[in-house]
Ligand binder design. Structure first.
Ligand code: ASP
Length: 324
């Protein structure tokens, strides 16, 4: 027994010493979607903003795409809980448990919550050759093309999947889902005309809307946006889709069991990063709002995710939209 206690004390001292030194080597932030997309963009901007408050350490973004974020999230859930493997994921953390029947991790118990990063509206966009020029014309086009419409998404459980499902339910139109490993490749195909429609975060669509490479029809928030580029887009609600509202948020996670001293260091650094004027400027330019409320604390983040699971579960179930 004495020997066991001594060993436990040694193990605790080793963990404590490691926690004190943290970070002493590069940190990986796993992005569970393809490079160049909206989650990736948030992660890369955040990695830059986190570097200084974490003592100048390298922060590497590791894209682990597939299965609507499940593969990357599962990798982090199983990673060594030492603070060197983190996950940046979006609203999928709260919708995947309902959208997908067999998720290979438990959102509520397999992670340490490190704080919410931002909130991002979505936009409904189309291929550039779409003959419609406003939402009214688009809904007429949708009605005339039932059964022939291809709608891209970033895999079952992703934000674009959720938004697309809600859009199909609201417009009572079945569309053919075309899954990708993220919306970066989806938007490339949209620009090329291989798919017709996509619902995606403004952090990905803004540069394409600005360059007129895609057509934008509406935003998914309940109020119009104030970003100069997007302020003239109507909401889907005012376009006739009653109650349609989706806002995407991103949060930072570590594997369950990461020492409290390490998670505190990361959360403290995150709170500094979220006040970084460069980070705020970049995010606001893309239509995102950097978090600045109780959700930046681990407890507030977890409470928010639990509330989001409770909020989305009945909506998803009522829409009858599950996947296996
Ligand atoms: N925007 C994607 C989604 O639909 C994810 C991504 O590619 O970052 O969830």
């Amino acid at each position: 027994m004495k020997k066991l206690l001594a060993l436990t004390a040694i193990a605790a001292a080793v963990v404590g010493a490691h926690a004190q030194d943290f970070p002493s080597k590069p940190i990986n932030i796993v992005v569970p979607f393809a490079a160049g997309g909206p989650t990736d963009r948030v992660a890369r901007d955040l990695a830059e903003a986190l570097r200084k408050p974490l003592g100048g350490v390298s922060i590497v973004v590791d894209n682990v795409p597939g299965a609507g974020s499940s593969i990357g999230a599962a990798k982090v859930a199983r990673a060594n809980p030492d603070g060197y493997t983190l996950l940046l994921n979006h609203i999928g953390m709260s919708t995947i448990p309902t959208l997908v029947r067999n998720v290979p991790f438990k959102v509520e118990t397999d992670f340490e919550y490190l704080g919410i990063v931002n909130d991002v509206p979505m936009t409904l966009i189309s291929k550039p050759s779409m003959q419609a020029n406003n939402y009214k014309e688009l809904s007429a086009w949708i009605a005339a093309n039932k059964g022939k419409i291809n709608l891209g998404n970033a895999g079952v459980g992703s934000a674009s999947h959720l938004c697309g499902l809600l859009f199909q339910t609201a417009t009572k139109t079945e569309m053919t889902p075309v899954p990708y490993k993220g919306t970066a490749p989806a938007i490339t195909d949209l620009i090329g005309g291989q798919i017709d429609l996509l619902c995606d975060q403004t952090t990905n669509t803004s540069p394409q809307i600005e360059a007129k490479k895609v057509k934008a029809f509406a935003v998914t928030t309940n109020k119009r946006l104030t970003t100069p580029l997007l302020k003239d887009l109507p909401t889907l609600q005012e376009s006739g889709l009653k109650d349609f509202q989706v806002t995407i948020w991103h949060g930072l996670y570590a594997p369950k069991g990461t020492p409290a001293a390490v998670t505190k260091k990361i959360n403290d650094a995150l709170k500094v990063a979220l006040k970084d004027p460069d980070f705020i400027k970049k995010q606001e330019g893309l239509g995102a709002v950097v978090a600045n409320d109780g959700r930046v604390e681990p407890d507030g983040h977890k409470k928010f995710v639990v509330a989001e699971i409770a909020k989305w579960s009945p909506i998803i179930k009522a829409a009858g939209v599950y996947a296996d």
